[in-house]
Design a protein around this ligand. Structure first.
Ligand code: ZN
Length: 251
């Protein structure tokens, strides 16, 4: 994210809404920007894409045999406009969408905390390669825009490659042992915070690493969830995901 954009974004969000809208309108005339979700000529996000990001929290459990399940709260469905905005945010540098995307994440976190108020918010570690490529950590940026206080107690001990072409079983195997706690986590309780949950393999691996260090995971909160979960469909629809680069790396 260019520093200029970050500063502008911060300045704009501090203004009264009417003044901010007027400035954004003037800005879009001088420097036209396409909507991050639908490419319509508009400033940053058009009204329809903004409306699609209205938080709508869904709860479901991830985890199969051999795992303790984790309840995941998600603020939006990863499809249609929501999916395109998230991809633009993660893969095309459209950090101007961060504020709008932070709202469904904040709603998911609030829902998760309502059943586990003592928990700390634990960020899923970003891989170094992804950080270098993007220049920012999408989940951390969203958490910051949502005003969430997060901790980073895990680090990645090995790369996990691209998850998108893998089915649920392979995703889980691919994630096993990927993370390790930086310190002893005895007595500490966490809600895992991530951007998109697909199979849940990443969240389960975080839970495993936390528990191995003596802590516990009471739930998870994500910006969005992928409604299509069956492994066979995951593979069958790999074609459709083919243009998304590493967007599905986050399992
Ligand atoms: Zn749009």
């Amino acid at each position: 994210m260019p520093l200029r954009d970050a500063l502008l974004d911060a300045l704009l969000s501090a203004l009264p809404p009417a003044l901010r809208d007027a400035l954004l309108d003037a800005w879009s005339v001088l420097f036209p920007v396409d909507c991050a979700g639908c490419d319509s000529a508009d400033r940053s996000l058009c009204g329809q894409c903004r409306a699609a990001l209205e938080p709508d929290v869904t709860v479901r459990s991830v985890g199969g045999p051999g795992h303790d399940g984790v309840r995941v709260h998600s603020g939006a469905r990863y499809e249609g406009r929501v999916r395109r905005v998230i991809l633009a945010f993660k893969e095309q540098g459209r950090t101007d969408a961060a504020a709008a995307l932070s709202r469904p994440l904040a709603a998911a976190v609030a829902a998760a905390l309502s059943v586990a108020p003592a928990a700390e918010l634990l960020l899923v570690p970003a891989s170094r390669a992804a950080y270098r490529r993007r220049g920012y950590d999408p989940v951390r940026l969203l958490a910051s825009r949502a005003g969430l206080r997060v901790v980073r107690e895990l680090h990645q001990v090995r790369g996990t490659g691209v998850q998108k072409a893998l089915g649920v079983e392979q995703r889980a195997a691919n994630r096993d042992g990927a993370f390790r706690a930086r310190r002893n986590l005895s007595g500490r309780l966490f809600i895992v915070v991530d951007d998109v949950v697909t199979s849940g393999a990443t969240i389960l691996e975080v839970a495993r690493a936390v528990r191995a260090a003596g802590g516990d995971v009471l739930g998870a909160a994500t910006l969005a969830f992928t409604p299509r979960l069956l492994p066979i469909r995951d593979i069958a629809e790999g074609q459709e995901y083919g243009n998304d680069k590493e967007a599905h790396k986050t399992a």
